[in-house]
Design a protein. Structure first.
Length: 208
């Protein structure tokens, strides 16, 4: 009996998903390190803005995909490795920089948010098959981006500006530096990540 193109695609998705689940520990660790490196490369796709220490980067797209590709625990582990290795000097933060000072700086809170976002997206898409459809997936991506990444990012930016740098900056000014310039781009990245995940992940329990 001939297999349709749609059936071939469903089978390919299932095989890819099962491949990720059935990997050995060593291969999972290698994939985790590799995904952290992808985020590090995406950090170099950057556009500095003159009025804020927070640049536009391609990181959030890679972070969201980490949760999808690696799942709840390994996705979070990949972002924890990204943050920890960068803090120890791996030069893969934006501008090919590294060191603990970067994590303690104005963008460090966003990096902590990467861990939370990957855990969140990976957990829900692993656990709930219905979350893998496009609209629920888009909702997850937007929530991860604008809640789990931006809240710790903005909190640390506010503290850094007011306590570390010695400036007196209002909450509204911090939003203008750390949120408003990035909304449109992050919505586009969330749509792209949600679309990629929707196309790659099995959608029904019998499709797994």
């Amino acid at each position: 009996m001939a297999i349709s193109t749609a059936d071939r695609w469903r089978l390919a998705r299932y095989n890819a998903y099962q491949w990720r689940v059935e990997l050995s520990l060593v291969k999972k660790i290698a994939l985790t390190v590799g995904m952290a490196a992808v985020v590090g490369l995406a950090a170099q796709v950057r556009v500095p803005l003159p009025w804020t220490p927070v640049p536009i980067t391609g990181q959030t797209f890679a972070v969201l995909l980490a949760g999808i590709i690696l799942g709840r625990w390994w996705g979070g582990a990949s972002m924890a490795f990204y943050a920890g290795a960068g803090a120890m000097g791996m030069p893969w933060f934006n501008g090919w920089s590294g060191g603990i000072g970067h994590l303690a700086g104005p963008t460090g809170g966003y990096i902590i948010g990467f861990i939370l976002a990957a855990l969140f997206v990976g957990h829900l898409t692993d656990k709930y098959v219905k979350a893998r459809r496009f609209l629920p997936m888009l909702g997850l991506m937007l929530t991860a981006n604008f809640v789990l990444i931006y809240i710790p990012g903005l909190l640390q930016l506010y503290l850094w500006l007011n306590l570390v740098s010695g400036s007196t900056v209002s909450v509204y000014a911090v939003l203008g530096m750390g949120l408003l310039p990035f909304i449109a781009g992050d919505i586009i990245k969330a749509i792209a990540a949600g679309g990629a995940a929707w196309g790659l992940m099995p959608k029904q329990s019998n499709d797994r």
